[in-house]
Write a protein that binds this ligand. Sequence first.
Ligand code: NAD
Length: 334
Amino acid sequence: MKILVTGGAGFIGSNFIRYWLEHHPADSLVNFDKLTYAGHLSTLKDFENNPRHRFFEGDIQNPDAIANAAEKGIDAIVHFAAESHVDRSIYGPIDFVRTNVLGTTHLLEWTRQHPQTRFVLVSTDEVYGSLSLEDRSKKFKWGDPYQPRNPYAASKASADHLSRAYHHTYGLDIMITNCTNNVGPYQDPEKFVPLSITNLLEDKPIRIYGDGKYIRDWLWVDDHIMGIEKVLLKGKRGETYLFGGKSEIDNLSLAKRILAKLKKQESAIEFVSDRPGNDRRYAMDYSKTLKELDWQPTLGIDEILDKTIAWYQENSWWWKPIKGRKEGVVITHG
Ligand code: NAD
């Protein structure tokens, strides 16, 4: 199979390529990425010369660039490329609409001209809005109404709606995945977990929004990738698959666990004013995905943190230059 991977110089997309090259030796991948502040060529270092991987710098808002990247023929698109950082969407929503809505629509248009192509849109749990802290038994489930509450989530929700519309209107082979927060290697150090880990490794404080009681359900990035693999190989046309972790924890408790694992004092925590419209809790009921694709998360929060911390400890060559380039950019965390 030949796969066009968009956003393959970013966090999840690059881990997907790494995984796919290893587990599918007959397949080849075109990695299509604009290299924004979130995409890094250094992320591709261990597979950039693999003959089954071809990097193509381009913008999904440009239909000619999409056509050029796909000109040798592709069987599937796995669409990761996005403006993905909620904080940035609050201060500059326009790029989110351009890439996440318009860019996705250009990819769908290309697929309309090549209707034999399988298309997987990688989306988020945030399209469903926010759960309360009180009733912890409630989770987002398949078919729940969309209630996005920040510009990032609204742009992703729009992309989901458009993808579904292209499936229904043109009969295209499109599937959508909605997933909780991922953690793992090569996550940009402006996101909460890698920012916290790398700050502590540099003896800097960890910043926590508001009261820190914001619950997320963390998922090991390879668990997500193995879910996308199942969707691509066995998913049903037009279907939506939800992925969640087994690691619900609030940001403050998560920060304290990272501190303990790095043997740092809790005085390293700095509380900062809250993010506007911050969603209290996300959690996914993935029982339908378990039943239909036999998928479930393998790692819990402690294993996820241990593996992630170890990776950032061993790979300062990767994150230090990236953090250096972002010096002066006002981002608290994602
Ligand atoms: P990321 O920000 O690390 O990477 C995004 C990549 O897309 C970057 O390499 C960037 O250069 C590229 N890109 C941005 N705009 C582009 C454009 N116009 N044209 C081409 N390339 C462009 O993001 P990520 O965390 O790897 O997320 C990947 C996808 O998964 C996103 O669609 C995101 O919404 C979704 N998702 C992420 C998470 C998470 O926890 N990270 C959870 C659920 C869903």
